[in-house]
Structure formats: C-alpha cells, structure tokens
Design a protein around this ligand. Structure first.
Ligand code: SF4
Length: 577
C-alpha cells in the first residue's frame, strides 16, 4: 500500500512496511547513519539516524521505525541536529585523534559526520585508552581503539559470510568487538575475505598495506618488478576514473603501471587459462577414477582458508591446483627469468594486483613457496593501486594505452571471466568438454551460471554422460552443500566456491562496498567485453598449447603438477604462532 507522509513540509510517497529511513532515502533525503546496512534487519545501534516525528515525545531512530500514514517528520530540526551532535561528540570522546595517520583518512564515515556537524574540539573529555593495534594477520589490520561498536562487521561476518570471527564481548563500558577469546585475528578463524573492511565506517578494520616495501622495490634499479593484474582491475580502474567506454582500459593500466616503475606487466588471465587446463584435467581424472568427488575449486584463498580452518574432512576434495594468481606469478617469474636482458634473475619481484585481501594471506603460505621463496612476492589490492596512482600524480585520463601485456598475450574469453562468480566454472566446462569428448562445445555461453543466485546448478550433457556442476557465490549456501556432501547425498562432480558474494568484483580490497546494482553492471560489462575475444577456450590458445608443448608437458602431468599444484593442511587456529 502506498500513501503520503510529510517530510520537512514536503509530501513524499511511502510504502506500508518500509522503514522511515527507506522512505526518506528513496525520496532523496540525506540522513546520516553509522550502523545501518541495506538488506539487514536494523539494530538502531548508533542512533545517528534519529528524526523528529510530530506527536512523538522522543526522537525516533528512522532505521528501525516503520512509516505510518499520519506522520509529519523533520529530518534536520534543531532538536535532531543537537541529538546527532551529542552522539558524535560522545563517539569522539575517547576516539584516537590520529586522523592524519589513519588508513581511513578521507574515507571515514565518522570523520565525515563530525565534519558535517562542524565539531572542531573535543567537547566531552573521555578517557582514551591505548589499545595496541592488531597487525597479526597478513591481510587485515584491526585497531580496536577506533571501533564505534556499530556491529556492521559482526553482522557481515556472521550473517553473510557464515564465518562469525568477530563478536561483541563483555557488557556496559567494557563492551568490545573482538575475535573469540579476545585473541588476535591471526589466532582466529578469520578467512581474510575483507567483507568486514567494506562496511567498517571508521579505521577500526583496514587492509594490511605494504606500501613502503613496494616503493623500495620500484626504486631499486637492480630489481625487476613484475606486475600481473586480475581481469577486474582494468574494469574497476575505468569505473573509478570514468574512462570512456571506447578507451582500452587494459592498455591504460599497462601504461600506468609502467609509469609507476613496474618493469613488466602481465595479465593474470593467462594464469587463469593454465588453471583451467589443470582443473579440467584433474576433474576428468577424478571422474574416471570415481574418487574424491565433487572436486571443489581452490581458486578462492578465503574459501581455502575456511576449509583448512573448519572443514578438514573436505580437504581431500579440494582441487590441488594453485589459484590462477599463484599460477600467474609462477609463469611470469619463469617467463621473465628466461629473458637474457634481465641481469639478476634472483631479483625478480612479482606483484599480484586484484580486489582481494585474502591473496595477501595466500601469497605468504609456506605451501606456495618455491625453495623457501614466495612465488607472489607481494599481493596488493585495487585500493593500494589507486593510492599509488594518486601518490605519483598519474592522471589515468591523460595516459595513452600501451596495448598488450609484455608477454603471455593471447588471452581467451575464458581467462577473462574468473573475477565473476561462475566464470571459472564456465571456463573449466569449455575445456573439460573438449578433454572428455574431443569436440568443442557448440554453445560456450552457459547462461545458467550467469544469474545472480547464491547457488547455481548446471548439468552438462556429453554423449551418454551427464556431469553436474554447482557454483556458490558467497558462502550463504555453504552449510547446505556441506550437509549434502557429508550425508552422501551430493551427486555433483564439480563445485566452485567464491567467498565474496558475486565473486572477486565484490572483493574486500576496494575503497568502498559496491552496491548490488554496481556488481550487476560489473558482471554485465565483463560478459560483454569477453565476447570480443575471438578465442573462447583455454585449450584453443596457441600460447597455452606452446607452453604445454615446450615446458609443462601434459595437463595434469608430472611437470605441471610439480610446478603448479599444491596441498592443503588442516590448521589448528588456536595453535598458530
Ligand atoms: Fe578474494 Fe575473490 Fe575469494 Fe573474494 S571471492 S576472497 S576477492 S578470491
């Protein structure tokens, strides 16, 4: 039912069953809030969204009160402003004053509200306590002193990601948000997907940044610094800097990275294609032997971390293929070290750029080192790339495209899909079908995997055989899948699990949380842009064929396995050092 309510002497449309905040936002009214999140049940924790409703004695939090037909609302009356200012002053009373040095400076919701309230001094003296920042985790830094107890991270971690690393402990003035037993993040079940970073309104949760190390390498003349970027990086660059659709964003990215001092630039999509070859060969082998089914993709390091922490019984099902980014690092290092102009091959430094915070953790895993050295020396996020671009004064709108990557150039459309949930499976199906039947699929687009559901199922018919695939976009459907597997009722052959809902385009390593609308647009843009590729399947790439002929042998063969596969270890999170 639709009716009108009055807001600031203007009539607006309201719908029965919606909150005052929803009606206000739809009508274009700006009401600040620090705890509200779209599609979550409101908690009313911060009270910042209070409004004055005629006839009501108290101010009401607009996020948790439903609209009623008779309502006359003031969103910015003197009483409302006074209440919001007091709430902000209370939050600031014991908040650290180090905004200049804070990772969130300029992107902090509390800072923005304090500025809007014109708060220029600490009016309410609190008792700021020094709480040591938690830097134990490779991907995420936690600064408990900056936590304003909004509860957003707790809800995302538990309700969306099903991980439940963070929660409130204690009561009254002692209350805080922390991992279990008030321990550091690295001693918890955190999977470092970074979804909490996207919703944290302050600098309490930020990504771990290794800027200085990267800058030092970029300025070290004896080092060969090699970047490879995930398929969504050019897309997000174009989105951030509003590049025209006619501009070749990958070519601009390559030129930017060269300007920043990177000696070589590759597309991680090449690693994805080798990953697809290995994954398809491994799947076929498991199906023929009828063992360890379903094969569960290990491309997402956050999911792998979840499995190693909490589902040790599933580890035998995980594909032993290293992730596409790890394969890209290995292959890029191999490619550059063969270049005779590189004087000191032991000083090749690989940097993986993606929207992912879990890659920071993955790059440091002992299982993924070679001779004790990491294959990916540094994993940086898109946020860090944007900061580098700003720091060095590069204007992407003025940069001319430099065209193709330095090597491993023949990217197929399959390699470009990996940052969208379902994209890896689509690529694997195209090559798996060829390996199983000797023919190419007639229709390479698999629409059933391209919707926005949390779980997508697809049955591939090949001759008399049927192969069943499933994609989990986010972890919401994981409990039911695990139940299926454990109870023996799962008839799937292959499962892709991406921890971030929507895939890597929703990764935690970007400046702010993308809306559902933006995520859908990113998926649409990805599908459209990969259509332009003439080559559709990894096994049809001449460079991939040559790589296998000259270096890797057979897909899934000994050489490829030694170089590109890994193993998984059940971890006792409480015994970590
Ligand atoms: Fe990283 Fe992508 Fe997994 Fe998110 S879905 S944790 S961005 S690999």
């Amino acid at each position: 039912m639709v009716f009108t309510i009055q807001v600031n002497n203007r009539e607006i449309e309201a719908r029965k069953g919606e909150t005052i905040l929803e009606a206000l936002r739809r009508a274009g009214f700006e009401v600040p809030t620090l705890c509200n999140m779209k599609d979550f049940t409101p908690t009313g924790a911060c009270r910042m969204c209070v409004v004055e409703v005629e006839g009501r004695q108290d101010l009401v939090p607009s996020c948790s009160h439903y609209v009623e037909e008779w309502m006359k609302i003031s969103t910015h009356s003197p009483r409302v402003i006074k209440a919001r200012r007091t709430i902000t002053e209370l939050l600031l009373s014991n908040h650290p004053d180090d905004c200049l040095y804070c990772e969130k400076n300029g992107n902090c919701e509390l800072q923005k509200i304090a500025e809007e309230m014109h708060i220029r001094e600490r009016k309410i003296p609190g008792s700021p306590v020094f709480i040591r920042p938690d830097r134990s985790s490779p991907g995420i830094t936690r600064e408990p002193a900056k936590c304003i107890l909004c509860g957003r991270c707790v809800r995302v971690c538990e309700e969306i990601q099903q991980v439940a690393t963070l929660d409130f402990i204690y009561r009254g003035s002692s209350i805080k948000v922390t991992p279990a037993f008030d321990r550091e993040l690295n001693f918890s079940n955190c999977i470092q997907c970074g979804q909490c970073l996207l919703v944290c309104p302050t600098g309490a949760l930020t990504e771990k940044v290794r800027f200085t190390e990267l800058e030092n390498k970029l300025h070290d003349a004896s080092a060969t610094v090699v970047a490879h970027y995930s398929p969504s990086v050019p897309l997000l660059l174009a989105e951030k800097f509003r590049l025209k659709p006619s501009v070749d964003a990958s070519g601009v990215l390559k030129a930017i990275l060269s300007k920043l001092g990177f000696d070589r630039v590759y597309a991680s999509a090449f690693g994805t294609e080798v990953f697809i070859m290995e994954e398809a060969a491994l799947l076929l082998r498991h199906i023929r032997k009828n063992e360890n089914l379903p094969v569960i993709s290990s491309a997402c390091p956050a999911w792998v971390s979840f499995a190693e922490n909490e589902f040790p019984d599933l580890l035998p099902l995980l594909s032993t293929c290293r992730s596409p980014q790890q394969m890209a690092s290995t292959l890029a290092k191999m490619h550059v070290s063969e270049d005779k102009t590189v004087k000191e091959p032991d000083k090749i430094f690989t940097v993986a750029i993606s929207p992912c915070t879990a890659r920071k953790y993955e790059s440091q895993k002992p299982e993924l080192t070679r001779k004790g050295l990491p294959e990916t020396d540094l994993a940086i996020s898109i946020s860090e790339l944007f900061r580098l671009i700003r720091l060095y004064g590069v204007d992407p709108l003025l940069v001319e495209s430099e065209g193709l990557p330095n090597g491993m150039k023949a990217i197929t459309s399959a390699g470009r899909l990996s940052d969208i949930s379902g994209g890896i499976t689509e690529g694997v199906i195209r090559t798996f079908y060829f390996m199983a039947t000797g023919n190419d699929l007639k229709e390479y687009r698999i629409e059933k995997l391209r919707n926005h559901k949390s779980r997508r199922d697809y049955t591939l018919k090949a001759g008399n055989h049927e192969y069943r695939f499933a994609v989990l976009s986010g972890l919401a459907m994981l409990p039911s899948l695990i139940e299926e597997i454990r109870s023996g009722t799962c008839n799937l052959h292959y499962v892709e699990i991406m921890a971030c809902p929507g895939g890597c385009t929703a990764g935690g390593g970007q400046p702010s949380a993308p809306s559902q609308q933006i995520l859908r647009q990113r998926a649409k843009d990805t599908f459209e842009s990969q259509e332009k590729e003439i080559l559709k399947c990894a096994h049809r790439s001449p460079e991939i064929t040559e790589l296998y002929e000259k270096k890797l042998g057979e897909p899934g063969g000994k050489k490829a396995v030694d170089l590109l596969h890994t193993h998984f270890t059940a971890r006792n999170i409480f015994a970590r050092k």
